[in-house]
Design a protein. Structure first.
Length: 370
């Protein structure tokens, strides 16, 4: 596989006359070639190895293997020893592979034996990567080489080859996964709600809005996502309940929503359609307390709760984005609720939600003011 190439031949300049004699100019030859002309893969190297015994100039070989003459020259001078004066495609490719492995940034745990020893020792004690990454700051406060992030430790563990060492070090991890998951998956896992009932199982009568008592719910988030109020809208009459919240967690939402529904007659409390926010994770307890069945909309489908979304737009007129609901008095929330339910709606033929709901309860219509 090794072919001798005379050094005198390699030193000769390109012969443009060869190109013209063969009917190809250099510019035309380059214009008609395609691919990465500046690099030689193993196939080109192998062809070069075979052609070198017959070709006299670099330009001839370059045209035959479809690359730049400079690439051929560079390949020869980086792989041909002056004493042996021969080129081997296999040896050249082996050398290229070794050089490629040396490229790139070195991994911290692969180069720092002291740091690797510390991390391995703590992992065998079943410490988590996060505990190790933060504890090492206390143990080595002045040593910059003894710094590492928990993500680096995770990546190192999951890249280890299979064997006893990896099995021993992985014992301390809380989750026995075969590969590292992106953070977004952990976020979705935290948000997952158990035993949901999909909106597809909701009675068909809800869609037609003929029978009242079916509600839609959501949270209106305040400044820096640190506060919120709840909004509950009845689908037929558009009656709106604004619910002050002490917190955004599932417990606070469940208790506050249940308390708000107490003012509504039982025959007008049939179902609640909600999105998949974690604040409704206690929906089974909510249903048990209120007898209101909770249905969950599909992910990223706000149009399935269109009444609530449109009403939230009206609520923002009273509480613009950036409002800190921790500083809003309950009286102000009740006043905004009263105004919402006293506004005439086009969909209600310019009756107000309060008037429509009063008619449902008493059976008596209220005449519009003239």
């Amino acid at each position: 596989m090794s072919v001798r190439i005379g050094i005198k031949k390699l030193l000769k300049p390109f012969d443009t006359a060869i190109g013209h004699a063969s009917g190809h100019s250099r510019s035309k030859d380059r214009r008609n070639t395609s691919g990465n002309l500046g690099k030689l893969n193993f196939r080109r190297k192998f062809n070069f190895n075979s052609l070198s015994r017959f070709a006299k100039y670099f330009s001839q070989i370059a045209r035959r293997i479809n690359c730049y003459p400079s690439a051929v020259s560079r390949e020869v001078w980086s792989n041909v020893r002056r004493k042996r004066r021969s080129y081997s495609a296999i040896k050249a490719q082996t050398k290229a592979n070794l050089n490629k492995k040396k490229c790139g940034r070195k991994k911290k745990l692969d180069t720092n034996s002291n740091l690797r020893g510390y991390v391995y020792e703590k992992l065998k004690l079943e410490w988590s990567p996060e505990e190790i990454a933060n504890r090492i700051k206390t143990d080595y406060p002045q040593d910059k080489d003894m710094k590492i992030s928990h993500e680096t430790i995770y990546q190192h563990l999951y890249c280890l080859p299979r064997g006893e060492l990896k099995a021993e070090l992985m014992k301390g991890l809380r989750q026995e996964r075969k590969m590292r998951q992106p953070r977004k998956y952990a976020h979705y896992r935290k948000q997952r709600i158990q035993d949901i009932i999909s909106i597809s199982e909701r009675p068909k009568e809800v869609e037609k809005r003929i029978i009242p008592g079916h509600w839609e719910g959501d949270l209106i988030i305040g400044k820096e996502k640190r506060s919120a109020i709840g909004s509950l809208v009845e689908r037929t009459t558009r009656l709106t309940l604004l619910v002050p919240l002490k917190a955004k967690d599932a417990l606070a939402v469940r208790k506050s929503f249940a308390q708000a529904f107490k003012k509504i007659p039982s025959k007008f409390k049939k179902s609640l359609t909600y999105d998949r926010g974690s604040e409704m994770s206690q929906h089974k307890l909510f249903t048990k307390e209120t007898k209101i069945q909770v249905y969950f909309a599909d992910p990223y489908s706000p149009w399935q709760r269109g009444t609530n979304e449109n009403t939230n737009g009206l609520i923002r007129q009273y509480f613009p984005k950036g409002t800190d609901f921790n500083k809003v008095l309950p009286e102000a929330i009740r006043e905004a609720e009263r105004r919402l339910n006293s506004r005439p709606r086009k969909v209600l033929k310019y009756y107000t939600p309060s008037e429509k709901f009063y008619h449902l309860i008493t059976g008596q219509k209220i005449a519009l003011e003239t």
